[in-house]
Design a protein around this ligand. Structure first.
Ligand code: 2AM
Ligand code: CA
Length: 265
């Protein structure tokens, strides 16, 4: 492990204790607007504040692009900009469903150089440094080699945009369901993408996500040998919300063919 990992990973594990130590979570919820499922708790803010404060001690000139604050996309072009989702899977968190994570990506001049997704319930740290491979709790991880018939598809339903994205999301899930082994809707996009990088699921999609949901996951998938793109099959733009499609290389072309034949985004 190089230096940046040694400094950041213990901080992110420490932040996980704020999640696992949370009590009476539902009493701390505020609604953020949208169709539904767009909530924030005092713990989202506490994790974000803890990470911003501790990272600033290590990297005093760090910038932050994070879910529970106002952001400036130009900061992604700085030398050090941390894209943070303090709790991805907030609805799961509020329900004590125990499938939520912390997602941290370090950008340097627009490019993700370091990524970590941490599941504090399973104590699993998914991490990657650009060009250095991907790891799960320090052990190398890679995407699966399963074919379509044996694949699990994890997907998100855009609950915050049900009217615009709901029907297409389920249409695509159904089209994939017809050819794959089965589908899952776990409820935390960053963790679903990390699990794809670890070879646990084989295909992931959600038709609209925010940069903090997919920034870390995109490096994990690439460093684990997988493919992750926007709806045009191109590199995702990190400065704005985007559709996200990811898969192992074996199923990618059939997966993306089904995407193109099924939905219109
Ligand atoms: P969150 O839990 O951090 O809010 C659920 O389908 C996925 O969508 C979760 O990863 C969730 O992240 C994300 N999500 C929820 N509200 C969103 C919004 N308004 N814009 C983009 N993504 C959102
Ligand atoms: Ca969040």
């Amino acid at each position: 492990m190089n230096k940046i990992e040694n400094l950041l990973l213990p901080l992110i594990r420490e932040a996980g204790k704020i999640m696992t130590g949370a009590r009476e979570i539902e009493d701390t919820v505020s609604e953020k607007g949208g169709d539904s499922a767009n909530m924030v708790t005092v713990y989202d803010v506490a994790v974000q504040n803890f990470l911003m404060q501790e990272i600033s001690k290590i990297i005093p000139d760090a910038f932050f692009f994070a879910e529970e604050k106002e952001n400036n996309a130009e900061d992604l072009m700085r030398d050090h900009c941390f894209v943070i989702d303090p709790i991805d899977g907030t609805t799961n968190f509020v329900h004590d469903y125990r499938y939520s994570c912390i997602s941290v990506a370090m950008f340097s001049k627009g490019d993700v150089k370091f990524a970590a997704v941490y599941d504090p319930y399973a104590d699993e740290m998914f991490s990657a440094v650009k060009g250095g491979g991907a790891f799960l709790n320090g052990e190398p991880m890679k995407v699966s080699d399963r074919d379509m018939a044996h694949s699990i598809v994890a997907f998100g339903t855009c609950p915050h945009m049900k009217k615009k994205m709901g029907e297409q999301s389920f249409r695509l899930a159904y089209a994939l369901y017809s050819e794959c082994s089965d589908v899952r809707r776990p409820g935390a996009a960053a963790l679903d993408i990390a699990h794809l990088a670890a070879g646990r699921n084989d295909i992931f999609f959600e038709l609209l996500l925010s940069p903090w949901d997919f920034a870390a996951g995109s490096l994990l998938v690439k460093e684990a040998g997988g493919i992750i793109t926007n709806s045009g099959g191109e590199k995702i733009d990190f400065s704005a919300p985007s559709p996200v499609f990811a898969a192992n290389p074996k199923v990618w072309s059939r997966f993306f063919e089904i995407v193109k034949n099924t939905i219109d985004i």
